[in-house]
Design a protein around this ligand. Sequence first.
Ligand code: URP
Ligand code: ZN
Ligand code: ZN
Length: 455
Amino acid sequence: MRTLLQNGTVINFDSRFEADVLVENGRIESVQKGMPVPDGAELIDASGMYVMPGFIDTHTHFDLDTGSAVTADNFDTGSKAAVLGGTTTVLDFATQDRNGTLKAALEMWHKKARGASCNYGFHMAIARWDEATAAEMDDMTAAGVTSYKMYMVYNGLYVDDGQIYAALKEAKKRGALIGAHCENWHVLLRMCDEVKARGILGPEGHPLSRPAAVEAEAVARFLRIAELAQTPAYVVHLSTAEGFFEAERARARGQEVYLETCPQYLLLTDERYKDFDGAKFVMSPPLRQETDREALWRGLSAGAIQTVGTDHCSFTMAQKAMGEGDFTKIPNGAPGVQHRPQLMYTYGVLTGKLSLEQMVKSLSKNAALLFGMPDRGEIRPGMAADIVVWDPNAQGRITDTDHAHHCDNSPYAGFAVRGRARDVLLNGRHVVENGVLKGSGAGKYIARERYQKTV
Ligand code: URP
Ligand code: ZN
Ligand code: ZN
């Protein structure tokens, strides 16, 4: 199977140039100007388009059962939404049951993901750290799982500082990376009680119970633990300026620190909790203030924040209503996997905060490096043919319902967007044509390698 993308502008993390791109048997065969049309090749006219490496979402939760609610999107709907938006690979969180093994979690997530329409890999969320879990890490490496998440919060997921320290050391031996959800659990639980005791029961109580210092303290603690363990560290879904400054302090001490933020922390503020539908913005960490947003954009522009993942964790408004009268019972999370590239293009590239090359770096290349997918994230001969033909002239507006998420809300409803994934090649297959999904179920599991430093 051969495909020739003609006359597009190739965008890589470090270059942009006019070229044709020849794809053969799932790989990029050749990238050069004025290529002759090979026999039997499908032609895609990319004139006036950007040809970018398929985007990688470092952070999704499809088919997650929180104990009180199951996410609205499963792998079927979530992966279709992803690829329609230009995201060719998602890294989802396989989550260990506190009484179960990593192996059982991995098997369960493989089952959930079968038939997905985009490529996928799994971070393993460790819910119980002990010798048995440590011993399973070799099996995880062999199975292509080279990254882990540890939660400093949540019943059933919380791990203590000593456990994080020990896990970091074990991960390092295997070239694996640990990301942490950084919030101070014991303090925020007390603060939830305090806020409720003041009679604040609606969504506006959520950010009051988890102020910036709740995140910054945990970021500082996690990074000090990594310093003591002498390992690299990854902070997931960073939301605050204060957390960012803690990471910069750790770097100034010589530590290797990687940061992920999300479109919601770049684009929305805690003003949203005053809206009548404030529950839809209840996620952890919560939305922050304008100064946080600005600091995160500055960090991203400067290359001090390496990745942008969505933390796609969708719940319907009916599920959100479970927390009416008690904000602590609102299921945490929001959808976003389809819209991340459009949002970053519109509010990052078109506002001059990011170059196209930086967009490719933070949405694709850095994720490929950090999470052990060295043959993705670039348009170059030999790389896997995950390719997005990006139409920079498309215009639209996000609404609560007009998307492929299996969910009746979007935190970005009302946002104007420019650009769209007009065509998408997934492992060399032309799966999205003119914005329509033609090839569902073509996603593959990506067995990942050791982590590599970002660019
Ligand atoms: O509110 C969120 N972020 N829900 C998903 C779970 C997590 O902490 O990432
Ligand atoms: Zn988290
Ligand atoms: Zn998450």
